[in-house]
Design a protein around this ligand. Structure first.
Ligand code: NAD
Length: 474
């Protein structure tokens, strides 16, 4: 069985404990590989390698760091198919999604931040008290911790700005989907990426993740994952005064107004709810529909959901694959049981699919109010609820009836109203007549229980640097 080691100092590195965790294929439930079960000595080795590499990497001209990121992007692109297959196999992700969207986006992340390295600038202030300029210097060694749902996409979204800004990185991918990050580390070594600059440590969150967060050399932690783990990381990092960026869960509303072009956008609305089996933090899991079109929308939406092709992730025709793990399957099945107890009316799906692997049928529920657990707690699966609203204020109250605040999507032709909603929705992002439209320069992140801080563009470059003011008398 294939084994994924850590990659430290540019070399594969077996776990100090000699312990390995099984990696499963969600489409069959079978163990297909093993990943290093890291422990604090592995984290220590990676941190020390990163610290040794820091003086060299941070003193390179920005354009040379950019060049390394571009080379890494090129080398990843040359192996796109292999990496997409890996991502599809251990995440249960439809191959077309991995091949056409997610691995290309991982490549784009590396290229985007290569450019950012050469464009990033700092401020100067004058006219009040001398001349002041701001030095933005890399922090040193930083830790990145990423989830299983968009494995390489989110992994590169973190390491690319960290490296571009001149830091050295110790990165931990999810132990559930470790393959693509391991391939990236191997690809980096194959092009002679400077050893120690980018290190990979695998393992369970409470063991490796917490060792990374609390390590004395860690200057900052960039985390994407669940709200519960984000809070744990904040608790550990606070007394140590480490910088944290937290991208957490969501329970996103999608609002459909009667006068919108929802009929023409039905495929996108369905995709926004069910892409990657609903396992995307940006999926809209609460559909709020203006009452005047509720019945018509419900029938058309459910019909379209029923026609989604559920199947083997390796089949290019598959639109919906399995859930990522037994644990996550159990969580989604529990949420469905709770929805039934709360009185949900199941319009389609509602159960597991009788085949090997962790498949849950795309599910549409109605009849649940905004205060039910089903409408408040993140399910992160192929499960959406429909609710009708009567007027704008009602719609806004429903949309904001959440402890989370990641993104809201509006389907609306009334631009002044959409802009009012954009101001009043309590989310970090608002999409109007589109979904998952990403310009990598824009601030990305959530409010309330959805996180702290912003990623993307200059926000990420600022997070991974420390500002020093230099004042000169004049
Ligand atoms: P998770 O929080 O269980 O794990 C995320 C990562 O944290 C993994 O690498 C895991 O090993 C590690 N980890 C677990 N416990 C840890 C601990 N005690 N200390 C340090 N690290 C620890 O999340 P998941 O199940 O992998 O991912 C799904 C969650 O991620 C969902 O809640 C989803 O909404 C969220 N998510 C958010 C965004 C966003 O941008 N806001 C994007 C994708 C996913």
């Amino acid at each position: 069985m294939q084994r994924y080691p850590h990659w430290i100092d540019g070399k594969p590195h077996p776990p100090a404990s000699d312990a390995w965790l099984d990696v499963h294929a969600p489409a069959s439930g079978e163990a297909i590989a093993q990943v290093a079960a890291g422990t604090p000595p592995d984290v220590d080795a990676a941190m020390l390698a990163a610290q040794r590499a820091f003086p060299m990497w941070s003193s390179l001209p920005n354009s040379q760091r950019a060049r390394w990121l571009e080379r890494l992007a090129d080398a990843l692109e040359a192996r796109l198919e292999e990496v997409a297959q890996a991502e599809s196999r251990d995440g249960g992700k439809p191959i077309t999604l991995a091949r056409d969207i997610e691995i290309p986006r991982a490549i784009a992340n590396l290229r985007f931040f290569a450019h950012a390295a050469t464009q990033f600038a700092s401020e100067s202030h004058h006219g009040e008290a001398g001349l002041n300029f701001t030095l933005r210097q890399p922090l040193g060694v930083v830790a990145t911790i990423s989830p299983w749902n968009l494995p390489l996409y989110l992994f590169t979204w973190k390491i690319a700005p960290a490296l571009a800004a001149g830091n050295c990185v110790v990165a931990k991918p999810s132990e559930v989907t470790p393959h693509s990050a391991t391939l990236l580390a191997e690809i980096a070594a194959s092009i002679g990426f400077p050893p120690g600059v980018f290190n990979l440590v695998h393992g369970a969150g409470p063991t490796v993740g917490e060792a990374l967060v609390t390590h004395p050399l860690t200057k900052a932690i960039s985390f994407t994952g669940s709200t519960a783990v984000g809070k744990r990381i904040a608790t550990l990092a606070a007394p140590l005064l480490k910088k944290v960026s937290l991208e957490l869960g969501g329970k996103n509303p999608s609002l459909v107004f009667a006068d919108s072009d929802w009929r023409d956008n039905l495929d996108t609305i369905v995709r926004s709810a069910f892409q990657n089996s609903g396992q995307i933090c940006l999926c809209g899991s609460r559909l709020l529909i203006e009452r005047a079109v509720y019945g018509e929308f419900r029938d058309a939406f459910v019909e379209r959901v029923k026609s989604l092709r559920v199947g083997d992730p390796a089949d290019p025709a598959t639109q919906i694959g399995p859930l990522v793990s037994q644990a996550h399957f159990d969580k989604v099945m529990r949420a469905l049981a709770i929805a039934r107890e709360e009185g949900a009316h199941v319009l389609c799906g509602g159960d597991a699919i009788d085949r090997p692997g962790w498949y849950v049928a795309p599910t549409v529920l109605e009849g649940l109010g905004p205060d039910t657990a089903t409408n408040r707690e993140e399910i992160f699966g192929p499960v959406v609820t429909l609710q009708a609203f009567d007027n704008d204020d009602h719609a806004l109250d429903f949309a904001n009836a959440s402890d989370y605040g990641l993104v809201a999507t509006l389907w609306d032709r009334d631009l002044p109203r959409a802009l009012r909603f954009a101001r009043e929705l309590r989310t970090g992002m608002v999409w109007i007549n589109t979904w998952l439209m990403r310009d990598l320069r824009t601030p990305f992140g959530g409010s309330n229980q959805s996180g702290l801080g912003r990623e993307g563009g200059a926000e990420a470059m600022r997070f991974f640097t420390e500002a020093r003011n230099v004042g000169i008398s004049m």
